[in-house]
Design a protein around this ligand. Structure first.
Ligand code: UTP
Length: 628
């Protein structure tokens, strides 16, 4: 056997030879460290030199100092290279092009004319909505669910992962729990329609990142996957991408560690490449699935609009269906827009609000983005929930590998645009998927009322309090209030008399406080479910809390002025009625900086004071009546 020193010197000779082939003088520091590196690490070093990254070795000391750190840098680069489609060469090439465009101020929409795409505008509760919901529920058995949950949530600044946050504090249900319970209940409802067919466990994929992966897994495991089979849930972890220090796309070193490339998230657009490379899409196709639903980490309302939107996808045979909400002209939310290029290209895509208005002005609409006769902009507001048809999705990804058109957003030091304030990186967005589709692709949208579909939790209390009046706060406070409002509005539409809300201020945000009405998805996942479980003459006062947890609970001639919590096993049928009056649960304002309370509570600016309630659990099968 050859001695290790003989092997090392052979590798060194080989590596020297390779480096010599490239350029002997380009990095003396790398060259003198070859003896400590593996052949693979040397290859990586060589690649970096080829890509113009010689600066990475500038401060490398002689062998014997920081050797492990030097190796770790090259190993990190190897991971960055293999986790990006096309490798670092492709990353740097695209970065150089986009940085040059950005420096030159080139507009990515040059040559495109915007127009209003076609889509479906729904009104909650009318016949067409109910019909679409019914169609959608039937299709749920053919759907896969994809939650993108790799985001840092810097704006929210919460210390935990966002999906673990309580969606509302009446029951304390967290986002992930609600999502999973909604998927399970929808799937069950779907099975009832598909009698005779084999019941399928609909799959859920969660895209995580280093920032969220471990804690997401732990949340699932410590809660028994919230009722899903562990095999139903797959976590796909996205990798971060390298940061760039300048217009030549030189990789940025971590300011605190000269042996580490600084990295940042690449954006939720990664989900397409990850799904493609996971092989799951073909598995789903072979299993007969037809739809993939993409959704985000903190929107407690999304499953209220999803069934009808899936119904629209199925009825209109949309390859891409973007869920959307009415949008006031110039409102700070992207607009779904059809873009037609002078060269014939065409796409239906999200255009950010700050690009839409100038684009319209530049293409023959002197007033830019203005409201039409509906009182809203004709360009619906994108809420970034997408339903894709699986077959065409796979066809497209087999061409692109799932890579999504990227963008770059450098913050320059001054108008010469030669230096950045801090490093930048390429980013990509899930909703940019349609950019590469052929004009024959059927791309549409489904608009539902905002109160029904969209209340994300993205902003911390301080920033939310600064939001100009009339604009959404998108905070934990407003996200929770939106759930009570939506449930109140749905019950009203089902014939329940629900008192008007009162206005209160929490954490500097003025919000409408409706009765705290919450139900589990197994009680109702569609409006038709709600209507079938509410009978007679019911009323709920503003100060009330109503929590319905059991599957077969019927609300009949109930007059509620206080707190009522009803739960039951699935085999129990419970009729709840009569007059329930007690001191109920009150919302007490709290100081967001009071360290005595948990962060989940502080970020809302209020806590629940559970003063008095009527709470009933029916644990045996049979028929019961709760009438006081
Ligand atoms: P957000 O716009 O809320 O971004 O992402 P964020 O990164 O979570 O939060 P900020 O911008 O730092 O405040 C929308 C959705 O996309 C996911 C988020 O988890 C959220 O569900 N996301 C975002 C990813 O999965 N990966 C990313 O790289 C970025």
């Amino acid at each position: 056997m050859a001695s290790s020193s003989a092997v090392n010197s052979a590798i060194e000779r080989l590596a020297n030879l390779q480096l010599n082939e490239l350029s002997t003088s380009s990095s003396p520091n790398l060259q003198k460290n070859l003896s400590i590196l593996s052949p693979h690490q040397i290859e990586v070093g060589k690649m970096l030199l080829e890509l113009g990254q010689v600066h990475l070795f500038e401060d490398w000391p002689d062998p014997g100092t920081d050797d492990d750190l030097k190796k770790a840098l090259l190993d990190q680069v190897a991971v960055l290279n293999s986790s990006y489609p096309g490798g670092l060469a492709s990353y740097i090439k695209t970065a150089k092009e986009l940085l040059a465009d950005s420096k030159a101020g080139r507009n990515p929409f040059d040559g495109f004319t915007p127009s209003v795409p076609s889509g479906e505008v729904l009104t909650f509760g009318d016949d067409s909505f109910i019909q679409y919901e019914e169609t959608g529920v039937k299709e749920v058995q053919n759907a896969a669910f994809v939650l993108v949950a790799g985001g840092l949530g810097e704006r929210l600044g919460y210390n935990g992962i966002k999906v673990a946050l309580p969606m509302e504090t009446t029951t304390g249900t967290c986002f992930l729990e609600h999502y999973i319970e909604s998927i399970l209940s929808l799937s069950e409802a779907s099975c009832k329609h598909a009698e005779g067919e084999v019941r399928r466990d609909v799959p859920l994929v969660i895209m995580t990142s280093d920032d969220t992966h471990e804690r997401t897994l732990q949340l699932l495991e410590s809660n028994n996957y919230f009722g899903m089979k562990p095999t139903q849930v797959k976590l796909l972890k996205q990798e971060k991408v390298a940061c760039l220090a300048d217009n030549d796309a030189r990789l940025a070193l971590d300011p605190d560690n000269k042996y580490r490339i600084q990295t940042k998230p690449h954006g939720h657009g990664d989900v397409h490449a990850l799904l493609y490379s996971s092989g799951l899409l073909n598995e789903w196709k072979d299993a007969g699935l037809r739809w993939v639903f993409f959704f985000q980490d903190t929107n407690g309302l999304l499953f209220k609009a999803f069934p009808a939107a899936l119904g629209v996808s199925a009825s209109k045979e949309y390859h891409v269906n973007s869920l959307a909400v009415p949008r006031k002209a110039k409102e700070a939310i992207g607009g779904i827009t059809k873009l037609t290029h002078t060269d014939g290209r065409e796409m239906v895509i999200n255009v950010e609000y700050n690009q839409l208005d100038p684009l319209l002005r530049a293409t023959g609409h002197p007033d830019g983005d203005v409201n039409c006769e509906t009182g809203y902009s004709p360009y619906p507001g994108n809420i970034n929930q997408l339903i894709l048809e699986l077959g065409p999705y796979i066809d497209e990804l087999s061409k692109t590998g799932g890579s999504i058109k990227e963008f770059i957003n450098p913050k320059y030091k001054d108008s010469t645009k030669t230096e950045f304030k801090s490093s930048t990186r390429l980013e990509c967005m899930m909703q940019d998927y349609p950019k590469t589709l052929p004009p024959s692709a059927r791309v549409g949208f489904t608009v539902t009322e905002t109160w029904l579909a969209y209340a994300p939790v993205k902003n911390n209390a301080e920033d939310a309090a600064k939001v100009p009046k009339g604009n959404p706060y998108h905070s934990a406070t407003s996200g929770e209030m939106a759930i009570y409002r939506a449930n109140s509005m749905i019950l009203k539409e089902a014939g329940v008399k629900v008192d008007d809300p009162v206005t209160q201020v929490f954490n500097g945000q003025e919000v409408d406080v409706w009765a705290r009405i919450v139900w589990k998805p197994k009680w109702a996942v569609t409006f038709a479910d709600v209507k079938s479980k509410v009978r007679g003459d019911n009323s709920v006062s503003q100060k009330s809390t109503l929590v319905v947890k059991g599957r077969n609970i019927f609300i009949e001639d109930l007059s509620l002025d206080g707190a009522l919590i009803v739960d039951s096993v699935d085999d129990a049928e419970v009729t709840v009625g009569g007059s329930v009056c007690n001191n109920g649960w009150t919302l007490e304002s709290i100081d967001k900086d009071s360290t005595a309370l948990p962060e989940e509570v502080r970020i809302r600016g209020f806590k629940m004071n559970k003063v008095e309630q009527l709470e009933q659990f029916y644990g045996e099968p049979g028929k019961f009546s709760l009438k006081s």
